[in-house]
Design a protein around this ligand. Structure first.
Ligand code: ADP
Length: 341
């Protein structure tokens, strides 16, 4: 009986081996193919994460001609398009910032012309005083009157030089240049351009600048623009009420952060206006008076400086903008924030 079963047994052992071999081959093949499939997919997932975090320079290696290869190529095209679009958006943003600056410059120039009028009149007046003095008989009197006139003329010329330099610096579209800056000094220079203009608009200006304010790490020209925008908005809000008070205050808080506060008793803002305040092109002013770019630009500059903005406003009562910047000693924090953007 044993012999009668033996060919059957042999055959079943053979079949068993073949079966096992097929299973083993299937496992090997499926591991191989799943690795081929999952490795590039995992790679792509990693890249998508990088793209989300802002790195658009990464590309997937296209190694095969199959669907995975096609997917990788399509993925690379998509990343390339994204990068191009991002660059275009950044370019348009830079142009908008410049457009906003030109608009502010136009408004400022009108004020500056006004601002130069007073020292210029004074120079003309004292020049004639000096000329008349030359007709005096006594040399001592001539000397005294002429030197008096020259001092006044020199002071006025200096004032005009500062105003013009300030306007020129404001207009210059410079690449951002970070360094140690004294916010109080920037404020003084900006107010120099606005001074007479505010008086002419029946606006009472109050300076409450903290002595020995810590310096901050920033770009002088951009911070200039921040203050110009805030003061110009306050002036416009006050104009609507035919005048009022404008306070510019600097201080430090408990953590040595620098505070800049610009407060006005102007028309204030409705809740609806407050909601859209930092959107580009949002304006409630007439086209010749507003572009709607001021606060949008300001928001960008302040965040780039590692700072933040808060505001409080009540209709018909007034508005206060409070900006906070880290001090120069925290320069590394600002740099880090800039890198992360
Ligand atoms: P623009 O001044 O060109 O209109 P901004 O972005 O600077 O653009 O301001 C947007 C809007 O915010 C202004 O049109 C105005 O309605 C409102 N706004 C800004 N600052 C003040 C302020 N101090 N008081 C009242 N409204 C303000």
């Amino acid at each position: 009986t044993q012999d009668a079963f033996s060919p059957l047994r042999k055959a079943s052992i053979k079949i068993g081996f073949i079966f096992l071999a097929i299973i083993a081959l299937t496992i090997v093949l499926s591991v191989f193919f799943s690795k081929r499939l999952t490795r590039p997919l995992r790679h792509m997932i990693r890249l998508v994460r990088e793209i989300i975090s802002g790195n658009l320079d990464q590309r997937v290696k296209v190694l095969s001609q199959d669907e995975i290869g096609e997917l990788a190529a399509a993925f690379n095209d998509l990343t390339g398009n994204l990068k191009e679009s991002k660059e275009k958006i950044e370019k348009v943003q830079a142009q908008l910032v410049h457009a906003g600056k030109i608009a502010a410059f136009g408004q400022l120039s009108a004020g500056v012309a006004h601002e130069l009028n007073q020292p210029l009149t004074s120079v003309v007046l004292w020049e004639s005083v000096a000329k008349k003095a030359l007709a005096e008989k006594e040399i001592g009197v001539i000397r005294k009157k002429v030197s008096e006139s020259l001092v006044v003329i020199e002071n006025n010329v200096q004032r005009m030089t500062v105003i013009i330099r300030q306007l020129r610096d404001f207009a210059r579209q410079s690449k951002s240049q970070y360094g140690e800056v004294d916010l109080n000094k920037i404020i003084e220079n900006v107010l120099l351009m606005f001074g007479q203009q505010l008086q002419g608009h029946n606006i009472h200006l109050r300076r409450e600048l903290k002595e020995s304010l810590p310096h901050l790490y920033g770009d002088m020209h951009q911070l200039d623009q921040v203050i110009v925008n805030l003061v110009a908005n306050a002036r416009d809000a006050l104009d609507e009420k035919k005048g009022g008070g404008l306070t510019v205050r600097t201080d430090i808080d408990g953590t040595n952060h620098i505070i800049l506060e610009i407060s006005d008793t102007g028309i204030g803002m409705s809740n609806d206006v407050q909601k859209h305040l930092f959107e580009p092109f949002f304006t409630t002013k007439k086209p010749e008076k507003g572009t709607g770019l001021g606060l949008w630009i300001l928001y960008g500059i302040v965040s780039e400086h590692g700072g933040n903005i808060e505001f409080k406003s009540e209709k018909e009562v007034g508005t206060t903008f409070t900006l906070k910047f880290p001090p120069y000693s925290e320069i590394e924090t600002v740099k880090l924030k800039k890198q992360m953007e």
